[in-house]
Design a protein around this ligand. Structure first.
Ligand code: F6P
Ligand code: MG
Length: 492
């Protein structure tokens, strides 16, 4: 259940793996240290303070080990948590089943060091190991070191949020008022297809803004990425676009009068991206292209900005009272002595409309959230049928499974060094062919792996400015500027 094609490694200086391990991960850990330090300072309870300090120490130690190219093991953890680890269990057992898998793999990899280890595994290990510091504490068990960042970037995406809320209200009101009844079925279908495309593309580019790349993007850059103008301009940057096939599948099931039609979204990031995922979900339900949407979040703080169940609740809470959310000054506002502008009545009304729709769908069971620990294991999705058979069976029930973002794409393709013309269905291994799952990947490219390209495309993009040229680096694929939308029908 693993690919034989070698995976990208942090030891390869031409890949983004190396740059990630060298430059990005230390910054991310430092951000975590600052956050816990701040929260510890604000805590009243002495035990919370004591544990907070230990967590800071543990994070600092992890950063040291990474930067000094030590082994991926935690051999002095007993000093922190009074746990004794053996050589064979370098990740401490916090009671979750995935620990054994992480440890087994580490052994199979031959006790590797940080700068010579498969990228995919080591990056997952990094987040999982940070999490053990919290899960083994008593006061910080469910603490999310990235929560503050996630909410504050959502707040700063206000212009795009209000623009989309307005668009959503207009669209859904139109769909419900039946103005489209004057259209012929062909016209209606063409309109549905166009809207489906627009919604999916909004959902795709919503991913360009993940926080783990924030280490080199400013808030202004992010806001620019989110507006509708930017989206239109970016269409030419979608280098493979299989949306028409995905629409066909949903439309066919609808026309066949199939009663239960489920769409699953394997979520990526919280904040703005989750907001646009919900816009897509709401649209699919209102347009009757699906009757049920199942969202799959992560179970632990993951790759900085990924959605954990609490983020879903936090987003709905923010929208339940949008005026209060946007006018309560954030810490940064307070610092800068700024008072945020209130929303106009129209904006507040459009956001409330959205909230009511989503809360309604949620209450009716048409919009569900379903966590599974499989999503935060260290391996690729090639392992889904073997290591998470129940989840695999569950996903077979779906008409379409949408995988959002870069990491999900890396996991689908096992983060392996495929020739870029390798067909998508081949690169996703057991999920290709007759897997029983229909896969749609919406991915803005932020890593080296890429498949399903027409011959010559990789070379053409390498030759563009900043594309990597003759350096041996596929730089064009690292920045989030280019995207692919790839589909594989595992049911036919
Ligand atoms: O390549 C940069 C990176 O942070 C990777 O570590 C990871 O695959 C990805 O981007 C995270 O992005 P996304 O949120 O789109 O999965
Ligand atoms: Mg992410």
């Amino acid at each position: 259940y693993d690919t034989k094609t070698p995976q990208y490694s942090t030891g390869d200086k031409t890949s983004f793996a190396y740059i990630s391990a060298r430059d990005r991960w230390p910054v991310i850990i430092t951000g975590g240290i600052d956050d816990v330090h701040r929260a510890t300072g604000a805590a009243q309870d002495p035990e919370t303070q004591r544990e907070g300090k230990k967590i800071v120490e543990g994070l600092a130690k992890l950063k040291y080990e990474l930067q000094h190219d030590r082994h991926l093991r935690w051999d002095r953890v007993e000093e922190t948590w009074k746990l004794v680890l053996t050589r064979d269990s370098p990740m401490p057992d916090d009671g979750e089943r995935d620990v054994a898998g992480y440890n087994k793999e580490l052994k199979q990899l031959g006790n590797p060091k940080w700068f010579n280890v498969p990228w995919l595994y080591s990056e997952c290990y990094l987040y999982r190991r940070m999490n053990t510091l919290f899960s083994m504490s008593s006061k910080w068990k469910n603490y999310d070191i990235f929560a503050r960042q996630k909410m504050s970037t959502f707040r700063s995406s206000r212009p795009a949020v209000t623009e989309l809320a307005a668009r959503y209200k207009e669209l859904v009101t139109q769909l419900e008022s039946g103005t489209s009844e004057t259209q012929s079925p062909e016209e209606r279908e063409a309109a549905d297809k166009l809207l489906f495309t627009e919604m999916c593309e909004i959902c795709l580019w919503g991913n360009a803004t993940d926080l783990s790349l924030l280490t080199n993007l400013s808030y202004e850059d992010i806001q620019k990425l989110q507006g509708s103008e930017a989206r239109k301009a970016s269409e030419k940057n979608i280098i493979v676009n299989d949306l028409a096939q995905a629409f066909e599948v949903l439309n066919k099931a609808k026309k066949a009068g199939k009663k239960e039609r489920r769409v699953d979204i394997i979520l990526d990031n919280a904040g703005f991206e989750l907001f646009v995922d919900l816009i897509l979900a709401g649209y699919l339900l209102s347009a009757d292209l699906a009757t049920e949407i199942v969202l799959h979040p992560k179970s632990i703080p993951w790759f900085v900005s990924d959605v954990v169940p609490k983020d879903f609740g936090d987003l709905l809470n923010a929208l339940a009272n949008p005026q209060a959310f946007y006018t309560t000054p954030s810490d940064d506002d307070k610092h800068a002595g700024k008072t945020p502008e209130p929303l106009s009545d129209k904006e507040a009304d459009e956001l409330s409309f959205l909230f009511q729709r989503w809360a309604g769908f949620h209450a009716e069971g048409q919009l569900a959230i379903r966590p599974n620990r499989f999503w935060t294991e260290g391996g690729s999705y090639w392992r889904l049928p073997k290591t998470a058979p129940e989840l695999y069976e569950d996903l077979k029930e779906s008409e379409l499974v949408i995988f959002k973002g870069d990491l999900n794409y890396r996991k689908l393709t096992a983060d392996a060094m495929w020739d870029p013309t390798t067909p998508f269905a081949e690169a996703i291994g057991p999920l290709g062919g007759k897997s029983g799952i229909r896969t749609l990947a919406l991915r803005t490219s932020k890593a080296d792996v890429i498949v399903g390209l027409p011959a010559g495309k990789d070379e053409e993009l390498r030759a563009t400015e900043g594309g990597g040229g003759d350096s041996g680096c596929r730089k064009w694929a690292w920045s989030g500027k280019w995207a692919v939308i790839q589909f594989c029908d595992g049911k036919s």
